[in-house]
Design a protein. Sequence first.
Length: 220
Amino acid sequence: MNVKRPLFASLAVAAAMVIFAFVTAARLPADAVLPTHWNARGEPDAFSPALWALLFPAMLAAGTSLGFALIPRIEPLQEKLEGSAPLLRASWIGIMLLFLIIQGTIGLPAYGIEVPVNAIMIGVGLMLVMLGNALPKSRPGFFVGIRTPWAILDADNWIATHRLGGKLMMLAGLAIIIASVLPLSPQTIGIIVLVSVFSAALIPFGYSWWLWQSGKAGKA
């Protein structure tokens, strides 16, 4: 898998985010603070100095880019790596978009552009939908996908587990998007997010074990 092009593109995005951070911070008073954390309702509940708040998503974007570029180099199952390329790309793009949304939510109000309070929650939901759509297209690997020991060692188990996992992750993403636009309490939204994410993570794990234990992977 060739990562030079996506690495260059994502590092360029991270560099643009750094420039945006410095330009935006320069527009604000020296003692200005900006939000760095939001509750389940999308309301800010923690703040940091403006420049640090704006740079943090950019640094995460740069570190994530390098991390994704490293995965193909350290993957032991090199012969199967290309099979997981769609999922790796979807994960990479989804997380970079989320960092852009976070930085935009923090910095755009300095330009008079108010970002909806639920923008980050919607971004998380969209990222999960993207990942869920790409999950069934992956193949066994140690760094990408739902990496249960039974799925890594059995291609049929992997395919069946990722078909289920993809559907559950897409449903989780849709549930988070819907919850974020409804007039629900922060507690209710938090419960929906936790139940959705943990269901999408834990059910495929148990399903993978059940397929291995029952020997039904090839029939799923």
